[in-house]
Design a protein around this ligand. Structure first.
Ligand SMILES: Nc1ncnc2c1ncn2[C@@H]1O[C@H](COP(=O)(O)OP(=O)(O)OP(=O)(O)O)[C@@H](O)[C@H]1O
Ligand SMILES: [Mg+2]
Length: 322
């Protein structure tokens, strides 16, 4: 078997820059995503984590073709989706879907939930008028929604159930890839676990591949096979979940991990407190972009930007000290 057949999504040197207004007359370039590369194996899930403003959503939206790229490639099943004509991209769309933080934003308050889930099935001719209801009920059941929910309206649901509706809409077309952007951030902790379990089931039983975006490492720990940590538009560390949690190499990842509460005192990690805030991506620091916040900063870090290096165990890290 060709090795590439195992890779569903490959992102190569992706960049997305925005032009932003600065002051009254000036404009600046916001390097929201600045040379990001990763692969996701079919049926696996990659967690993309980092603080607010690190570029996670911009990666997700550019991967789905919802933002035009500035540079780089997004290969879905070896096809560069940004090189496709609009019509070709439209036919590919059902294969990759977005689930986001607040599904209310995408649900029409006047459309019954069952009809909202069925819309895409009819539009893409995956169901006929006479069998769409059965197909919708099947998807609702997979997502833990009861048949009587079919005829209700979005406002009648709790946050967790609304997220189940958002997920049902996304999986109705049987997508190969789901980009989930902070899908549980707005939910109570107990409900978060239920929704994460639903994602796990979809991965195990429906073979869905995930790019799972969260600012919270604890959320991606359960679901993801691999984790990429973003800082100021770049990946600073990427490894299997086990490697990243047991041996975080980048001081930024160590800081993010220290912030996760751990009940067992034997397992408590030495605490690295992240000081300060992420700088403006329109004006990133010289050298290593993390250096102004790093406890281990040296002269080299101020002058020279580190490359993302692959260590012998496959762990990738962008740090002079690792
Ligand atoms: N349409 C846009 N125009 C200009 N700047 C943008 C635009 N979208 C995002 N940005 C900027 O790009 C950077 C990355 O934003 P992005 O939303 O991708 O971050 P994020 O990691 O998803 O953050 P959060 O955790 O808050 O969702 C930020 O500085 C943001 O202000
Ligand atoms: Mg975001």
């Amino acid at each position: 078997m060709n090795q590439n057949q195992d890779i569903l999504l490959e992102v190569r040197n992706l960049a997305k820059h925005f032009s932003a207004r600065e002051g009254v007359f000036g404009r600046s370039i916001v390097r929201a995503v600045d040379g990001v590369s990763f692969c996701i194996r079919r049926g696996s899930s990659l967690g993309l984590v980092g603080e607010s403003g690190s570029g996670k959503t911009t990666v997700g939206r550019t991967v789905l073709g919802l933002h035009r790229r500035t540079a780089g490639e997004v290969l879905f099943n070896n096809i560069d989706i940004h090189a496709l004509k609009a019509e070709q991209l439209r036919t590919l769309r059902p294969h990759f879907q977005l689930v986001f933080q607040d599904p209310m934003g995408s649900l029409n308050p006047r459309v019954r939930v069952g009809d909202a889930i069925g819309e895409a099935l009819l539009e893409h001719k995956r169901a006929r008028a006479d069998d769409v209801r059965d197909k919708v009920l099947e998807v609702m059941q997979i997502c833990g929604l009861a048949p009587e929910h079919y005829a209700r309206y979005p406002h009648e649901f709790s946050g967790g159930q609304r997220q189940r509706i958002g997920i049902a809409r996304a999986i109705a077309l049987k997508p190969e890839l789901i980009v989930a952007d902070e899908p549980v951030s707005a939910l109570d902790v107990s409900i978060q676990a239920q929704i994460i379990n639903l994602f796990s089931d979809l991965k195990e039983h429906q073979g869905v591949t995930f790019l799972f975006i969260s600012h919270d490492l604890a959320v991606v720990e359960h679901l993801c096979d691999d984790i990429a940590v973003m800082y100021l538009g770049q990946i600073v560390e990427m490894a299997s979940k086990e490697q990243l949690f047991s041996q975080p190499r980048h001081p930024y990842t160590q800081g993010l991990l220290s912030a996760i509460p751990i009940a067992d005192p034997d397992q408590r990690r030495s605490r690295i407190i992240l000081k300060g805030e992420q700088p403006n991506p329109a004006n990133p620091p010289t050298g290593c972009r993390f250096h102004p916040r790093c406890s281990f900063v040296s002269e080299k870090c101020v002058k020279t930007a580190p490359e993302l290096r692959t260590l012998p165990d496959g762990h990738q890290v962008r740090c002079h000290l690792a």
